[in-house]
Design a protein around this ligand. Structure first.
Ligand SMILES: Nc1ncnc2c1ncn2[C@@H]1O[C@H](COP(=O)(O)OP(=O)(O)O)[C@@H](O)[C@H]1O
Ligand SMILES: Nc1ccn([C@@H]2O[C@H](COP(=O)(O)OP(=O)(O)O)[C@@H](O)[C@H]2O)c(=O)n1
Length: 209
């Protein structure tokens, strides 16, 4: 079974994708981390994220970089949303994601274009949402827990800027797939959101027979 989980920043898609992977015993890929690794390489090498050829040259990153906590910061997230708008960067990361999704037994992937581009054939597609303010509060709390000081206003502004860039780009924009089930987590606890996601998966599975 392939489960595609898409949605904007801090909507809870990673939390839900990890929980679904555990529940169904499937491998999980956080695809945002791949774009964050490209962004981190660009920053580290002093390259220009707006330049497509510079960004493409950073796509051959060492996988050890994926474990670096620096990748999770807002600084890297912003650059990730700049490099991810380049069609050649997306092309460079495409096969790895498609192969992960289509491995024997299936997988859970979360990102922005899983249900639309990486696995349009996914058995279940979820689109996770929450209001920008609630997403900013969650990310702000998360950053504080990780010792990163940033004002709530700045986190909200960063989230809005990233939403705008991710939704407006021409290549694989952030958009709900026609056949995706929407899940608004704004007023759900983590446990309630995960429970609802499992119900949606079961309902889709039953409908597919
Ligand atoms: N339903 C929820 N209620 C409260 N906090 C949540 C909820 N879902 C996720 N979180 C928290 O919000 C932050 C962002 O969640 P995450 O799953 O990483 O989002 P995304 O992958 O969409 O960026 C994390 O700190 C996570 O623990
Ligand atoms: N499948 C994906 C995943 C991420 N991305 C880009 O990578 C950035 C970081 O993604 P992420 O999923 O790690 O970010 P959060 O939603 O966790 O904040 C996003 O803002 C997108 O620009 C993408 O373009 N396509």
């Amino acid at each position: 079974m392939i489960i595609a989980v898409d949605g904007p920043a801090a909507s809870g898609k990673g939390t839900i994708a990890r929980a679904l992977a555990r529940h169904y015993g499937l491998p999980h890929l956080d695809t945002g981390l791949l774009y964050r690794a490209v962004a981190a390489s660009v920053l580290r090498e002093g390259l220009a994220p707006e330049q497509e050829d510079d960004a493409v040259s950073a796509c051959g990153f060492d996988d050890a970089l994926l474990a670096d906590p620096w990748l999770r910061t807002d600084e890297v997230g912003q650059i990730a949303s700049i490099v991810s708008a380049h069609p050649l960067v997306r092309a460079a990361l495409l096969q790895r994601q498609k192969a992960f999704a289509h491995q024997p037994g299936g997988a859970v992937l979360d990102g922005r274009d899983i249900g639309t581009v990486i696995a349009p054939d996914a058995d279940v597609k979820l689109f996770i949402k929450a209001t920008p303010t609630i997403r900013a509060q969650r990310r702000h709390l998360e950053l504080r827990k990780n010792g990163v000081g940033s004002s709530l206003d700045k986190v909200l502004a960063d989230i809005r800027a990233r939403d705008e860039r991710d939704s407006q780009r021409s290549e694989a924009p952030l958009v709900q797939a026609e056949d995706a089930a929407a899940l608004d987590t704004s007023f759900l606890s983590i446990d309630a959101a995960v429970q609802r996601a499992i119900e949606l998966v079961e309902r889709r599975r039953a409908a597919r027979g």
